[in-house]
Design a protein around this ligand. Structure first.
Ligand code: SAM
Length: 205
């Protein structure tokens, strides 16, 4: 037990050796492949068991993978080794981490909807700061309609993403594209079934 109940919750979820969100990358991230640079640095925020960070490394990027769960990062290290890629792992809270300024060509935030409306701006400001000019931001998560499906994600409506929320946070960036859709996801037992999702890509001006 730690003094952080959120961390205890995630540590318990990652206690078994299976990969709760699978070993394959998130399908929206894979669809972003044409936008990725051929080389450069990528940050995978709250990357959990590492499926997305490992995939980004397989695309030739120099990846930093953050998460606050040591159990998740142990599995992520194993996944990187299985795939013969090198990834830098940093144990960090997404709201508190000192995001290095203009350090990354790609910042990807996939299914990290643990942030309350009060804490989310700090995470998103850090992610923006960490992007180089012209760098690619990828954000992906569930919309409030997901509460009807119950196939993954948080139950608190304020933690789910809407088009309006993403436009307010990132609408001033370049090449902003927001895709809202309903799709069948099979991303481990944690995200499985018909899902209401939203994804954003944008570049830092
Ligand atoms: C739904 S999982 C998604 C993991 C990964 N992004 C993926 O798509 O497979 C959410 C992740 O957020 C992490 N997490 C939760 N709260 C966090 C926090 N405050 N700071 C950093 N990581 C956090 C959990 O440990 C977990 O790995």
């Amino acid at each position: 037990m730690s003094i952080n109940p959120d961390l205890d919750h995630w540590e318990a979820r990652f206690a078994s050796p299976d990969y709760r969100f699978g070993k394959a990358p998130n399908e929206f991230l894979v669809r972003c492949k044409p936008l990725l640079p051929r080389s450069g640095k990528a940050l995978a925020v709250a990357d959990g068991e590492g499926r997305n960070g490992v995939w980004l490394a397989q695309q030739g990027l120099d990846v930093t993978s953050t998460d606050f769960s040591p159990s998740a990062q142990a599995k992520a290290r194993k996944l990187a080794a299985e795939n013969n890629v090198s990834v830098t792992f940093i144990e960090a809270d997404a709201h508190e981490w000192d995001y290095p300024p203009e350090a990354f060509d790609v910042v990807a935030e996939i299914f990290t909807q643990f942030s309350t409306p009060e804490k989310r701006p700090k995470k998103w400001a850090g992610m923006r700061r960490a992007l180089k000019r012209g760098g690619l931001l990828i954000v992906h998560g569930y919309t409030p309609k997901q509460l009807d499906y119950g196939t993954g994600g948080p139950k608190e409506i304020g933690q789910l993403y809407t088009r309006d929320m993403l436009e307010r946070a990132f609408g001033d960036m370049r090449d902003v594209r927001i895709v809202e859709e309903e799709r069948e996801l099979q991303e481990g037992p944690g995200h499985s079934g018909l899902s209401a999702i939203i994804g954003l890509t944008a570049r830092k001006p």
